[in-house]
Write a protein that binds this ligand. Structure first.
Ligand code: KG4
Ligand code: ZN
Length: 348
């Protein structure tokens, strides 16, 4: 099955052409083409994604990236177009939707509406993000817990299979990535804060004590806004006494990251006690964080933990194709171009 996939939910314009070999349930994938244009430099000076600029950039990038794939492959041969219809920024999704409608009509193909978060969830399946090589999809033993930690979402799932799962909890305010990005801004790091905070934290020590959000609540929900407020107050105090220097910033970064990850692991541990999963699937942009990965492996030595392959953590077309493939396997209803809808708050 050949799927052309399009991602425009936030600040990455991603296209991919992915071949799924389904004969005898071989579950192999081959990434035939991938085009990705990041908008980091565009949003950097604003310290976060500006939706209308993201939409404008998608409109500019989509035809360019599409042409590149079209020049190399006969797109009349694809089975369907997978498109991430949400969750995401409405102007960015609308830009994607208009483009998808246009090419669906041009190629006379149907559209697989996919949930962007499912793309993250399935991103753990591909062994290595290499082009032009057939990759076996990783075999996961169920039941499993799924933890999706991205810039916009933090979701904890109990999974019976890749297509049957229920949400146990989510963030009540900031997402983990958002929280790390805000902390990055407080520590005067360039956007996006997450990866830069990780680097800075490696040079620091967790000397500052910060609150442990939601540790008294029985639910599996998360909350990170209090942690960010606590950091903002510490930064203010330190600035007042002229101690907000590089060394202190390193220690603050290390303390903040530790408190954030401890809060994630606290809920994950209690979910693991309840649901006795055989595997844990950790995905989303924040899963690129090596400190988090090491922490998880140390806490759950007996569980099989699956992370995305390097380069498959953040948004791109490949994971939209994966979500499209599993949506088709799950017999989702395909859309004609006229019936395509976006949903900026789409739930898992
Ligand atoms: O999944 P993603 O690409 O976009 C959304 O769907 O939101 O995630 C982006 C988020 C950003 O908040 C970014 O700071 C964070 O992932 N991120 C990281 C790292 N790399 C990306 N956070 C911590 N450590 C990293 N190495
Ligand atoms: Zn994402």
């Amino acid at each position: 099955m050949l799927i052309l996939a399009i991602e425009t939910t936030c600040d990455e314009t991603g296209l991919a052409l992915v071949d799924f070999r389904v004969d005898a349930d071989a579950d192999e994938v081959k990434i035939l083409a991938e085009e990705l244009r990041s908008q980091f430099s565009l949003h950097r000076k604003y310290g976060g994604v500006v939706p209308i600029l993201a939409s404008r950039a998608h409109r500019k990038n989509l035809p360019i990236l599409y042409e590149r794939i079209k020049n190399k492959f006969d797109l009349k041969k694809i089975d369907a177009i997978a498109f991430a219809v949400g969750p995401g920024l409405p102007p960015a999704l609308i830009a994607g939707k208009e483009f998808v409608i246009k090419i669906a009509e041009e190629l006379d193909k149907k559209i697989i509406p996919v949930n962007h978060m499912c793309g993250h969830l399935y991103s753990v399946l591909v062994a290595k993000k290499k082009k032009a090589v057939w990759q076996k999809l990783k075999k996961i033993i169920f039941p499993a817990l799924g933890l999706v930690v991205s810039g916009g979402h933090t979701e904890l799932l109990a999974m019976d299979s890749l297509t049957r799962f229920k949400k146990l909890g989510e963030t009540l305010d900031d997402a983990v990535g958002e929280s790390l990005d805000k902390a990055g801004r407080l520590l005067e790091l360039p956007y996006p804060g997450g990866p830069n905070l990780e680097k800075l934290a490696l040079r620091g020590k967790p000397f500052f004590s910060l609150p442990q959000p939601m540790s008294r609540q029985k639910s599996f929900n998360f909350s990170f806004s209090g942690l960010k407020t606590a950091l903002a107050e510490k930064v203010d105090e330190l600035k007042k006494i002229n101690r907000f220097n590089q060394e202190i910033k390193q220690d603050l970064a290390c303390s903040y990251q530790k408190a954030t990850f401890e809060s994630l692991i606290f809920k994950l541990k209690s979910a693991a006690e309840n649901f006795q999963p055989k595997s844990i699937l950790v995905s989303g942009g924040v899963s690129a964080n090596l400190t988090l990965r090491k922490f998880l492996i140390k806490i759950f030595p007996k569980k099989k933990i699956f992370f995305p392959a390097k380069g498959l953590e953040t948004d791109d077309g490949v994971k939209v194709a994966l979500a499209g493939y599993f949506a088709l396997k799950n017999k989702i209803e395909l859309k004609e171009s006229f019936s395509l809808d976006i949903d900026s708050n789409l739930d898992l």
